[in-house]
Ligand binder design. Structure first.
Ligand SMILES: [Fe+2]
Length: 172
């Protein structure tokens, strides 16, 4: 697939479009979870806050693509399906859906973190330094979200086990 026609600019644009699709997937994933989670209010509130951040990240990518002269109407976001299997499990209302969602979210936030690190490097290689502060802001938000999930796996698991052990539905 590689070709001499690929420039640092064209590769950066592909990376930006992929990230744009990634954030669209993130928004859909969090909206589904927020709609279903009832018994884990702290997780729900955090997802609501990160959903707002994610809309901002999506807009930053739009802005960078606009600055590069990319016609936003000329492409559609590719379906990522990165977390398709995990989402299917969650949608099936598995008894431990909250745990599966938490694991999936942790994986997704780390995926996003790596994607932004890569985009920052591409912006440097392309010399499009104006994009770097925007990408760094999104990177810091993804790192913070990944860290928060990491720090709350214990709490979520404790609540899941406690509620289940008391004979209640602890799924979401
Ligand atoms: Fe994120």
């Amino acid at each position: 697939m590689s070709s001499a026609d690929e420039t640092p600019r064209s590769l950066f644009v592909v990376g930006l479009r992929n990230a744009h699709a990634m954030e669209k997937e993130a928004i859909a994933m969090m909206e589904r979870q927020i709609a279903s989670i009832e018994k884990y209010p702290e997780m729900k509130a955090k997802l609501e806050a990160h959903l707002q951040e994610t809309h901002g990240q999506h807009q930053r990518l739009d802005r960078i693509l606009d600055e590069l002269g990319e016609d936003r109407s000329a492409f559609k976001d590719m379906a990522m399906n990165l977390m398709g299997n995990v989402n299917a499990l969650t949608a099936s209302m598995a008894d431990d859906a909250i745990l599966k969602s938490t694991f999936a979210n942790f994986a997704f936030e780390n995926f996003e973190t790596a994607a932004y690190k890569s985009l920052i490097r591409m912006a440097e290689l392309d010399g499009h330094t104006a994009a770097i502060p925007l990408l760094e802001q999104s990177l810091s938000e993804e790192l913070a979200m990944a860290r928060w999930i990491d720090e709350h796996v214990d709490d979520v698991t404790t609540r899941y086990v406690t509620v289940s052990h008391a004979g209640h539905d602890a799924s979401l």
